[in-house]
Design a protein around this ligand. Structure first.
Ligand code: MN
Length: 150
């Protein structure tokens, strides 16, 4: 991680010496068309990471929950997010709070990417994916059932 105090943008949504990484190190088929860039990884009293995720048209993040929270700002394009039982329409510069222990999933539209900044604690628990029982409970809400991708 760079310790530089200025990291210029080199192309739209690309930054000097910030690699474009796989969304999740362990791979999987529970997400589609998504990359990760770690913009800040700051220890000490801040103890936080700021990541930039970009979901390609038609793609989605993992449906998951965990004890840690996310603070998200959309900076490119549009899409939708499930947070708990609510599906939000997202536009550029919108903010999304993902509270602890809350199911969440982000989806791009079919016509353009969805890019967002995501602030997270450096020390955090591993995301949980839904069990069959969790999925059945989520699908009780018809709109949620048709939104989620697993
Ligand atoms: Mn998450």
């Amino acid at each position: 991680m760079s310790q530089k105090t200025h990291i210029p943008q080199t192309a739209p949504f690309r930054w000097e010496d910030v690699p474009v990484l796989a969304y999740k190190e362990d791979g999987g088929t529970h997400f589609k068309g998504i990359t990760r860039q770690v913009l800040f990884d700051e220890g000490g009293k801040l103890g936080a990471q700021l990541r930039y995720f970009e979901i390609a048209p038609g793609g989605h993040s993992t449906l998951e929950r965990h004890d840690h929270a996310h603070c998200v700002m959309v900076v490119r394009g549009a899409g939708r997010a499930l947070v708990g039982k609510d599906i939000h329409e997202l536009g550029t510069n919108d903010l999304v709070r993902v509270p602890p222990r809350t199911w969440h999933q982000f989806r791009a539209t079919d016509v353009g990417p969805l890019g967002f900044l995501c602030l997270v604690s450096q020390e955090r628990d591993k995301p949980q994916r839904p069990t069959e029982a969790d999925l059945a409970a989520l699908r009780d809400e018809q709109a949620v059932g048709s939104f989620i991708r697993t």
